[in-house]
Design a protein around this ligand. Structure first.
Ligand SMILES: Nc1ncnc2c1ncn2[C@@H]1O[C@H](COP(=O)(O)OP(=O)(O)OP(=O)(O)O)[C@@H](O)[C@H]1O
Length: 345
């Protein structure tokens, strides 16, 4: 096994705008990368190029020293030792669970004993040993997805590619499956790329998150880092909860802003002409503190989340903030708030 390197990867289908533009990133051996972005941003195209189903228009893909695709050569999918899991599971309905899982081994010509061993091992890894003789139709959605995972484990792939594998499952099952994926990743030791447009899923699962927009890679970083230090409005708006304020620009090398800075900026005159330079500041809900001596904010919306109330607040100039409250409040209430931290995007 080795690290997977995408170097200046592009794909142009000749539709006027490239589907993927100049994407470079390295996924370390055994890493788990979530590829995150809105619909149509090029995630699946990247995955399909890594799998070998699409040929890059430009750039290269390497697994360690081995070139999988560049201007001169393209290794076919079956010679890349990768496995792909789709949201549709792609199981054969007429075969038992065990036969579905063992199918990729059939074409590899191994002994019957070794075949059985590997199938049992893979089924154990996803906790489906006792379901070996069932048909896919007799399983739940989550169990079917686990069969698809087991099928991908049997061949001991170097790289596992997952294209929105949980998209068809309900929220409760998705959470349960996230645990299965984490376990699966640890057990298999494979390098994994996981395509999703669900930021919470990406953050919960991956060791690194790559955010794409319009074919380009905007940022790649571990979940905690991309949450704390997002680059630009798009990543800031996509990762985690929060609101982006447009405030008068302040000359400062420091991107973390405290209440003193923020209060001064909020008090700055609004820009009637829009000519005055402004900057975007990301404010997380947990950094909006209710009560005390601060600025006034009007409650615009309240969502009860069980443990707390999620509030939509409007400040004097009409800009929106998000905050949490343990005590109930109602739309129309006016609160006093302070903002303990903001992040200059
Ligand atoms: N075979 C193709 N021929 C022409 N254009 C394509 C082809 N496949 C994808 N595209 C275009 O490339 C862009 C990126 O598509 P892609 O499927 O990679 O996005 P995505 O981020 O995976 O989206 P989604 O989350 O909706 O699956 C889109 O504009 C899409 O229409």
């Amino acid at each position: 096994m080795a690290k997977l390197i995408l170097h200046k990867l592009s794909k142009d289908y000749g539709t006027g705008r490239p589907a993927v533009s100049d994407v470079s990133l390295t996924i370390r051996e055994g890493g788990f990368l979530a590829l995150l972005g809105p619909s149509g941003c090029g995630k699946t195209t990247v995955l399909r190029m890594v799998a070998g189903f699409e040929t890059p228009s430009d750039g290269s893909i390497l697994l360690g020293e081995r070139v999988l695709a560049d201007a001169e050569r393209v290794v076919p999918p079956e010679r890349r030792n990768m496995a792909m899991v789709f949201q549709s599971y792609a199981l054969w309905p007429h075969m038992s669970v065990a036969d579905n899982v063992g199918y990729p081994l059939k074409v590899r010509g191994i002994t019957v004993e070794r075949y059985r061993e590997k199938v049992v091992e893979a089924l154990k890894a996803v906790r489906l040993e006792s379901y070996a003789e069932r048909r896919p139709a007799d399983l739940s959605g989550g169990q079917r997805q686990r069969v698809a995972l087991a099928r991908c484990l049997v061949t001991s792939p170097d790289v596992v590619l997952l294209d929105e594998p949980l998209a068809n499952l309900d929220r409760h099952l998705r959470q349960e499956m996230e645990e299965t994926f984490r376990e699966f990743h640890q057990r298999s030791g494979a390098t994994m790329i996981y395509v999703t447009h669900d930021q919470a899923e990406a953050m919960a699962l991956a060791t690194d998150v790559a955010v794409m927009s319009e074919g380009r890679l905007l940022q790649v970083a571990p979940p905690a880092e991309i949450y704390a230090r997002p680059e630009g409005r798009l990543v800031g708006g996509l990762i985690g909860q929060g609101a982006i304020l447009s405030l008068p620009a302040k000359e400062s090398p420091d991107r973390v802003l405290g209440w003193d800075d923020l209060r001064a900026m909020l008090a700055g005159s609004p820009t009637p002409s829009g000519a005055e330079p402004r900057m975007d500041v990301l404010v997380r809900p947990q950094d909006v503190v209710l009560g005390g001596e601060g600025i006034a904010a009007k409650v615009e919306g309240v969502l009860y989340e069980g443990e707390r109330y999620a509030l939509r607040l409007a400040i004097a100039d009409g800009q929106i903030l998000r905050a949490y409250s343990r005590a109930p409040c109602s739309p129309g209430d006016t609160l006093s708030i302070t903002i303990t931290a903001g992040w200059r995007l």
